[in-house]
Design a protein around this ligand. Structure first.
Ligand SMILES: *Cc1c(COP(=O)(O)O)cnc(C)c1O
Length: 277
């Protein structure tokens, strides 16, 4: 059995309010935060019938990096399909892309295969699949007894959904990829009972996933200065901006789930640097 160690909870103050931070970024250095939870089921699966993992998505994805580790640990191949790779990234590999390639990932530009062979394992983009429930439930067990409101930003919404499904506390989230309608659809794909869905918060301005914004960088720096914790640059800034905007709605102290993804910051910080030149 491969176990994920229980992660600590830290008290911080940010912008005049107290928060608890679940340091799930510290769960496993090889896996990126919540991806360790989402891939937990596969970590403990017998791979003797599989030769290769197939997945697809963006060439900078945190999930891609984590799957490359899974493939390495299990001694199988990993082929990852992307629509496009920026030539800048190909020539200057960094972040998730660089480390996933070092783990043996084969990257292919083009559509992912429509049919998967018996000895191949297909993992959907971003780890949006029912098997993720097993590992996310273990995260839920670790925070079950806390008297808090819970907040975590969503990509596919898989982590937030399974947390709410397994917890009595209120789970709040925001859509970082697509809008609230997209996120709601993602929830419905995994769970028909709407009563088990997290509550979606939003901002009036629309932010596009993967783009860089001055206000994201500013709040990221402020978080680092005031809490001493490095957050991630794609999801967490939007998460904290939503918390600031909706502060009055929370009944209890917020437990913020830090979902890792710090390796992705390497390439994001380079983009913010280029912006400042
Ligand atoms: C993948 C990821 C998310 C989104 O997780 P979902 O389960 O897809 O909603 C959020 N934050 C970080 C840092 C991530 O790597």
């Amino acid at each position: 059995m491969i176990e994920i160690k229980k992660t600590p909870v830290e008290k911080v103050t940010f912008d005049g309010f107290n928060y608890l931070i679940k340091r799930d970024d510290l769960s496993d250095s090889r896996f990126s935060g919540n991806k360790a939870r989402k891939l937990y089921y596969f970590l403990n699966l017998d791979f003797k019938n599989f030769k290769k993992i197939i997945s697809h998505g963006s060439p900078q994805s945190n999930a891609m990096y984590s799957i490359s580790h899974l493939a390495k640990i299990k001694g199988v191949g990993f082929e990852y399909f992307v629509d496009h790779i920026a030539s800048y990234l190909e020539q200057n590999p960094c972040g998730n892309y660089k480390y996933a390639k070092e783990n043996g990932m084969k990257i292919t530009v083009g559509d992912f295969p429509k049919s998967i062979k018996d000895d191949e394992l297909f993992i959907p983009e971003g780890g949006h699949f029912a098997q993720a429930e097993v590992g996310v439930k273990i995260l839920a067990d670790e925070i079950r007894d806390m008297d808090v409101d819970i907040f975590l930003p969503s990509g596919t919404g898989t982590t937030a959904l399974y947390l709410q499904k397994h917890l009595k506390q209120k789970v709040y989230t925001c859509a970082c990829v697509g809008d609230a309608n997209y996120l709601k659809k993602q929830f419905f794909q995994l769970e028909k009972d709407e009563a088990l869905h997290p509550t979606i918060l939003s901002l009036s301005k629309k932010y596009h996933f993967g783009k860089i914004y001055c206000e994201f960088f500013e709040i990221w720096v402020k978080l680092k200065d005031e809490t001493g914790i490095e957050f991630e640059l794609l999801y967490d800034p939007l998460g904290w901006m939503n918390i600031q905007k909706h502060q009055v709605h929370f009944q209890k102290e917020i437990l913020y789930i830090h979902q890792g993804g710090l390796i992705g910051n390497e390439s994001m910080l380079l983009r913010y640097e280029r912006l400042n030149k």
